[in-house]
Design a protein around this ligand. Structure first.
Ligand code: SF4
Ligand code: SF4
Length: 153
């Protein structure tokens, strides 16, 4: 049994993780493991990196094709896509955000893990509006790049 089936919360061991080189390039991590009929991420990807065996299958990202453009992040109704880009001892996490207030570049926010626990402070680097979803990039320590998946403003 996979870890999330016991806890209800995904952990990095449930995911196919990118290599160090792929992380340094920046790639989208698809934290979508349920069998649900959904595929906007597939259509949003300009380089056709995301594929699914069928409409109910979990999506798979080809990390070699993925450019880390983050176009898939704001279209996912499950808020389940995160772009992670490692830069030395720091990492940029691009995540979907649907709360208010919306932060601005330069703001310092709380970086939260998958259970909503505050892990460290993060600096907002970029804010882009995609429909009702904001796509926000924050900088955190590289050591927590696979743990930070939300923010609190
Ligand atoms: S980050 Fe860009 S290239 Fe990578 S899967 Fe998402 S849309 Fe495709
Ligand atoms: S859009 Fe989001 S919820 Fe839908 S299949 Fe893609 S990753 Fe999963």
């Amino acid at each position: 049994m996979r870890a999330y089936e016991r806890t209800g919360v995904l952990s990095p061991t449930d995911l196919v993780l990118p290599t160090k080189q792929q992380l340094e390039k920046g790639v989208a991590i698809l934290e979508c493991v349920q069998e649900i009929p959904c595929n906007p991420c597939v259509d949003a990807c300009p380089v056709h990196a995301i594929s699914m065996k069928d409409i109910n299958a979990p999506p798979v990202n080809d990390y070699e094709k993925c450019t880390g453009c983050a176009k898939c992040v704001g279209v996912c109704p499950g808020l389940a896509i995160f772009v992670v880009k490692q830069q030395g001892t720091k990492a940029l996490i691009t995540l979907p955000y649907e709360f208010l207030p919306v932060p601005s570049p330069g703001d310092v926010v709380q970086a939260l893990d998958r259970v909503g626990a505050a892990r460290q402070q993060a600096t907002v680097k970029k804010v882009v509006k995609r429909g009702k979803t904001m796509v926000i990039t924050v900088e955190v320590d590289a050591a927590v790049a696979m743990d930070i998946r939300n923010i609190r403003v």
